[in-house]
Design a protein around this ligand. Structure first.
Ligand code: HEM
Length: 194
């Protein structure tokens, strides 16, 4: 079901297509590229293999497809972008023995850091929402596993306060360093030579 949700595959199919990109809403994928039979090939190493669609289980046993599919697309989009960025870097390095010079390359490098965090969260959403409604597949539902743990808001509030505090200190430190960089310490013998 998780794979069917990744791909928004409504019906069980022989030779199922693979969708790259697009946005999933109103029960189907809009836009993107379709590669015929590719999902069967990926899932079973056979282009005419049968891939189970969402219709193979009752609606109450399916994950929320839009969340899973769109989170999966975000992760794959960012992952492919990061791989492309690394490929550009390596190609420049091996062909010209220098770093890339384009401003755009470095702009994208700056975005790559936060984008990797977004991919990470999207990956986690893909995995965890994709397994719903089961906590133990076909045995126990997530709703049955929820405990009545009290004090969770206090735990979260404490965490939030600690991280906000740490974040503020880092922000303050970085601004201070940016305004007034530390003087570079010279090695002792350089000091003597001077
Ligand atoms: C083309 C690129 C990528 C593909 C095809 C891909 C594929 C997948 C798949 C299939 C899963 C689900 C595994 C499962 O639930 O059975 C997954 C999970 C995940 N992915 Fe990606 N991924 C890609 C890029 C990335 C990137 C760039 C990151 C982070 C920087 C990332 C982080 C994660 C994380 C954190 C999970 C959840 C793992 C877990 O909790 O078990 N992925 N990915």
């Amino acid at each position: 079901m998780k794979l069917a949700a990744f791909e928004g595959l409504d019906q069980t199919e022989e030779g199922a297509d693979f969708n790259i990109g697009g946005i999933y809403y109103d029960g189907e994928n809009h836009g993107g590229i379709t590669i015929p039979d590719m999902l069967s090939l990926l899932a079973d190493h056979d282009p005419s293999a049968t891939v189970q669609g969402l219709d193979s289980v009752p609606e109450s046993d399916r994950p929320p497809v839009a969340v899973v599919r769109n989170a999966f697309s975000v992760m794959v989009f960012i992952g492919s972008g990061l791989a492309l960025l690394a490929a550009i870097y390596l190609l420049t390095w091996f062909r010209k023995a220098r770093l890339p010079r384009s401003k755009w390359f470095y702009r994208v490098v700056v975005i790559a850091g936060p984008a990797a965090v977004v991919a990470l969260i999207a990956g986690w959403i893909t995995t965890e929402v994709g397994r719903q409604p089961w906590i133990v597949y076909e045995t126990m539902r997530t709703t049955e596993a929820v405990t009545g743990a009290e004090g969770i808001p206090i735990g979260y509030a404490t965490l939030a306060i600690v991280y906000l505090g740490l974040g503020s200190v880092v922000f303050w430190l970085l601004r201070r360093l940016a305004r007034q960089p530390l003087e570079r310490e010279l090695p002792v013998d350089a000091e003597v030579a001077r």
